[in-house]
Unconditional design. Structure first.
Length: 340
């Protein structure tokens, strides 16, 4: 809206100088007159939007893409290191040993070999949406803006889904714990999440020496329900503080979170079919300096109705590059519900 006001003001000023050239009138008075006239002339619905360029629509797409309610906003932003949709990182080597009350000299010296990693950003393409020219002109609401918002939401949710899957460990280890819940039947033949299970996750992070500040837990809808049923009063306090056992809490629909195969307790491949009888959705946890995020520049594809005399419709689609990935196999975890 601010940009539209700015463009309108510039247009009026230019009109003012044109009036000055024709009549000798003060250009600022002419600009004011042009502004008044413009408010009295109604434009067809959607006409102003039709003249906007792709850059403005892309700005709308990116605004708030990492909203405060998205756990990805907690990940270490490394977008500045992206070049040509590739991010170049270095995998840190082993930390040095620490000597206590050393009496042996010279102290040993060793190099720390770091490994270079080049990662290509994932590409996310939305399916195209068509907008009939008649709808763009005659609709009582701004349908184009509504369509762009829908593409933005679809991209955001898919980006979170892909990121959550990347964060979740493939299998249990000391540095990448995969916790199994221990409660009673949640109604689908799987065990409910208990507060004791989250405390067990905390201990695993403590044992792996993961810093307390920066721990994030993303609870599935099912696990939220489990905790509320176990102790509603405690759950109300947790929801108010968005904190649980030292973890900052986020929430995500179960279908957006990774699945584990019940028979193997290992993470299922991204995009593979979920079968309730053989799979279980997981909550995920991570430290915000152990997981990176990066994004490239989005691209808008817009076929204009004016260039399509046969169908007479706009066609809109977006492509966006991004990546969420653990920096090393440490400080990431998941909790899933095994079968009873």
């Amino acid at each position: 809206m601010k940009l539209q006001v700015l463009f309108a003001a510039i247009a009026c000023l230019l009109m003012g100088f044109a009036i000055q050239a024709a009549t000798g009138m003060n250009p600022f008075i002419g600009a004011a007159a042009a502004g008044v006239i413009s408010t009295q002339v109604s434009a067809p619905a959607g006409a102003a939007l039709a003249g906007l360029n792709k850059e403005l629509w892309l700005t709308d797409l990116l605004e708030g893409f990492y909203a405060d309610d998205m756990f990805i906003s907690e990940c270490w932003d490394m977008s500045a290191f992206v070049e040509n949709d590739i991010i170049n990182l270095a995998e840190a080597g082993v930390n040095p040993d620490v000597l206590i009350n050393n009496t042996t000299y010279p102290i040993n010296t060793s190099e720390r070999p770091d490994g270079a990693i080049a990662l290509e950003l994932d590409r996310f393409d939305t399916e195209n949406t068509s907008l009939k020219h008649a709808d763009r002109v005659e609709a009582a609401y701004d349908k184009m803006t509504s369509i762009i918002y829908g593409h933005k939401q679809a991209l955001r949710m898919t980006f979170m889904e892909k990121g959550a899957h990347a964060i979740a460990p493939t299998a249990d280890s000391a540095d990448t714990p995969v916790i199994q819940t221990t409660g009673g039947d949640n109604g689908s033949g799987k065990k409910r999440l208990l507060y004791a299970d989250v405390l067990r996750l905390k201990r695993k992070f403590d044992d792996a020496e993961i810093p307390e500040d920066g721990r994030i837990l993303v609870l599935s809808a099912q696990h939220q329900e489990d905790l509320e049923l176990e102790d509603a009063a405690r759950f109300k306090t947790i929801m108010s503080n968005k904190q649980l056992a030292g973890f900052k809490l986020y929430f995500l629909a179960s279908k957006r979170l990774p699945a584990y195969v019940l028979a193997t307790s290992q993470k299922a491949a991204f995009g593979s079919a979920f079968v309730e009888a053989t799979h279980s959705r997981a909550s995920i946890a991570f430290h915000n300096r152990e997981v990176m995020r990066a994004k490239g520049d989005p691209k808008m594809f817009h076929g204009k109705a004016e260039d399509d005399p046969q169908n007479r419709q706009d066609v809109i689609g977006f492509a966006h590059r991004g990546l969420v990935l653990p920096l090393r196999n440490k400080g990431v975890a998941s909790i899933f519900s095994p079968a009873i």
